[in-house]
Design a protein around this ligand. Structure first.
Ligand code: ADP
Length: 394
């Protein structure tokens, strides 16, 4: 390769209307910084200029033979079938981009007319393609593993319910038999000595044990149905459409009418912008959030819940705000984990509501997060695509 100072610099005819000083001359030094191969050919396809990357990509050794036809200097150009394409570009002035395989290398060749000359930029995308195909392979493997896992969860939670139903059924029968035993026990026929010895068992131990088995199996039943619901959410949500959130939230709020009255809380809903999502699933999201905001109100002050929304170009962000017990900072992420309950004795629940909310939103290109101050209240934010966001994705 000749030393840089001896190398001819291509001097195009800048009187050509199509070629301004800005488009070429000032960019000449950039050629040597580029990792892409760059060369210029005249209208007979003779080599006029080539950068360092071009010489090493096409293994041009020794002194570069400027002025010679490109296929003689770089035989690969002919091998790649580029000769014809070069002619076409020179004739028509249309730029072309052609992907090319050369041995084990993947290249992208861009041909464009510059004045009366032809510019050629060749990018070696072998590594990028390898990384992309590795990424695709890993994503497919992950997808397969996730499917397997979902199937295991589905089958296990479904199959565990049959023995559980048996436990519940037989515990009920035991309870009935126990009542009969108790009736006999209460009769005069049983000697008082026997009554005295059996009383602690029949009055306390056995009824407690039965109650405990029933409560635990019913808890297990609701956990299993929660897992089943979670695993049935599927992957991507079907039927994504524009949602009238004023209507949807009004329906959610109406479904809580009784509990709102019972708690004495006020519920305020602002005018809400529409968003895109699966109607049933987004209804479920706001129903779970509304349920929580009622469940975790502070008994020491009247509850106030407010639902608002704001559009921000590609997304719409809704906020469900309450003045309840609040959440400490360290638990703000944890509450979205499966079965997480900060206070297991606070209200009825399995610690699944927010896990379902997050899963649904993942499937609807949405997000959920919380801001909260313990003792003051919480603000759950839900972001979903707006019309512009949905169109951007298409
Ligand atoms: P669940 O309500 O059934 O326990 P969730 O997954 O809906 O389950 O919520 C997980 C936990 O997050 C709750 O147990 C509660 O401790 C906390 N939490 C959720 N929403 C609120 C809220 N609005 N205010 C305070 N704590 C909340």
């Amino acid at each position: 390769m000749p030393p840089k100072s001896d190398r001819p610099i291509f001097k195009p005819d800048i009187t050509d209307a199509k070629l301004s000083k800005d488009t070429w001359v000032e960019q000449v030094p950039l050629r040597d910084l580029s990792v892409d191969a760059f060369f210029m050919l005249d209208d007979n396809l003779n080599l006029m200029s080539i950068n360092d990357a071009g010489q090493s990509m096409f293994r041009v050794s020794g002194a570069v033979e400027f002025g010679k036809c490109i296929v003689d200097v770089i035989p690969d150009v002919k091998k790649m079938g580029l000769y014809k394409k070069c002619r076409h570009v020179l004739k028509t002035g249309e730029s072309v981009v052609v992907p090319q395989e050369l041995g084990d290398r993947s290249l992208v060749v861009k041909l464009f007319k510059l004045g009366n000359s032809l510019g050629v930029i060749v990018s070696d995308v072998t590594e990028r393609k390898r990384v992309e195909s590795e990424r695709e392979r890993l994503l497919n493997a992950l997808d397969e593993k996730t499917r397997e896992l979902e199937q295991i969860v589905n089958v296990t939670s479904h199959d565990l319910r049959s023995p559980l139903v048996n436990i519940q059924g037989f515990t009920g029968e035991l309870g009935e038999s126990f009542k009969q035993v108790h009736e006999i026990f209460d009769s005069k026929a049983v000697p008082s000595e026997v009554k005295k010895r059996l009383a602690p068992l029949l009055d306390e131990d056995i009824p407690h044990a039965l109650q405990y088995i029933l409560a635990s199996s019913s808890k297990m039943n609701s956990l299993l149905s929660g897992i089943l619901r979670l695993s049935r959410l599927g992957r991507a949500a079907p039927n994504i459409k524009q949602l009238d959130m004023n209507k949807l939230i009004a329906e959610v709020v109406a479904s809580f009418e009784f509990r709102v009255k019972e708690s004495g809380a006020t519920v305020g809903v602002e005018k809400l912008p529409p968003c895109y999502g699966n109607e049933t699933q987004i209804y479920q999201v706001f129903s779970n959030l509304m349920d929580n905001s009622l469940k975790y109100l502070d008994a020491d002050r009247p509850g106030a819940i407010r639902i608002s929304g704001q559009e921000n170009e590609v997304r719409v962000t809704y906020c469900v705000e309450d003045n309840g017990i609040g959440i400490v900072d360290k638990d703000r992420e944890r509450i979205f984990e499966i079965f997480c309950r900060l206070d297991p004795d606070a209200g009825i629940g399995e610690g699944l509501g927010l896990t379902i909310v997050r899963k649904i939103l993942e499937r609807n290109s949405g997000k959920v997060w919380v801001e909260s101050e313990p003792g003051k209240g919480s603000r759950f934010f839900v972001s979903l695509p707006s019309e512009e966001g949905i169109n951007d994705k298409k």
